[in-house]
Ligand binder design. Structure first.
Ligand SMILES: C[S@@+](CC[C@H](N)C(=O)[O-])C[C@H]1O[C@@H](n2cnc3c(N)ncnc32)[C@H](O)[C@@H]1O
Length: 261
């Protein structure tokens, strides 16, 4: 597997035709990129084998799953090979959705729909057991109105999950830049954080893969905590709790900081 680079800090590329600068937050950027890549599969950050411990632990194979911003990743195919029965994949790029539909026309467990994660009104409330995002929230954070986009995305994911359902967010964003966006007023998540080194990291890791990293009351890494790999990926497992906190608190609503249950 190739280890894809993280987005550049400005999250921008060029559309090649007009020279206009396009951002990771725009559908046109992704359409142009997928045309250029010609359908070659590409998994951002991590492949399924590295994420399997989390996915298997928090989403049994019979779960109805939503794969957000699926791109051309092999992740969903790998999950079907691992026994998953129903994965609805969405992406804002009509180019990649068309490619993936053609590629997987004979795999009934995989469905591909062109959809903006900020408006998934096509799906009824509480219709999924699990939602997975790897890199889409990060893309939105590079676009215009990033906080609004993040709020719309997280609120939509919350709406679509049944109570007790789980949102697994894989991102390069540490808690100081991701927890505030997860913590939308209408959401009541129990968040558990895991940290994975990037593929190919050769340094020593002190934790086991499923050892959570404690978060402070405010949803931050503990003082002095430094991941062994400075380019680590953060895996936020957010369980949708019953009821609302109601207050629109600026901090995380409910953080599991003392290890696994
Ligand atoms: C960094 S790529 C990650 C692709 C894939 N999840 C992976 O792990 O390889 C981000 C994906 O999000 C999609 N995307 C960007 N904005 C989106 C939006 N508003 N709604 C749905 N998908 C979006 C892009 O088209 C792209 O496929």
């Amino acid at each position: 597997m190739s280890s894809p680079p993280p987005p550049p800090d400005d999250g921008e590329g060029s559309d090649g035709n007009t020279g206009r600068s396009l951002s990771y937050g725009e559908a046109e950027y992704w359409d142009a990129r997928y045309v250029e890549e010609g359908g070659a599969p590409y998994d951002w950050y991590q492949r399924y084998d590295a994420l399997r411990p989390f996915v298997r632990r928090f989403a049994p194979p019979a779960s109805r799953l939503l794969m957000i911003g699926c791109g051309s990743a092999l992740m969903s195919e790998d999950m079907v090979s691992d026994g998953y029965l129903e994965i609805v994949n969405i992406d804002i790029s009509s180019v990649v959705i068309e490619m993936m539909r053609k590629k997987y026309f004979n795999i009934p467990q995989l469905q591909y729909l062109r959809m903006d994660v900020r408006d998934m009104s096509m799906f009824p409330d509480e219709s999924f057991d699990c939602a997975i995002d790897k890199g889409t929230l990060d893309s939105l954070m590079c676009g215009v109105d990033a906080p609004l986009s993040a709020a719309q995305m997280v609120s939509e994911v919350d709406r679509l999950l049944r109570p007790g359902g789980v949102f697994i967010l894989i991102t390069y964003g540490d808690p100081s830049v991701r927890v505030p966006h997860l913590n939308q007023p209408a959401c009541n998540w129990k968040i558990v954080l895991y940290i994975l080194p990037r593929p190919g990291f050769t340094g020593k890791i002190r934790r086991q893969v499923l050892d959570p990293v404690p978060l402070t009351e405010r949803g931050r890494l503990p003082d002095g905590f430094v991941p062994e790999d400075p380019d680590s990926h953060y895996v936020y497992v957010c369980e949708k709790m019953q009821g609302l906190t109601g207050a629109g608190s600026p901090t995380v609503n409910h953080i599991e900081s003392q290890g696994e249950e």
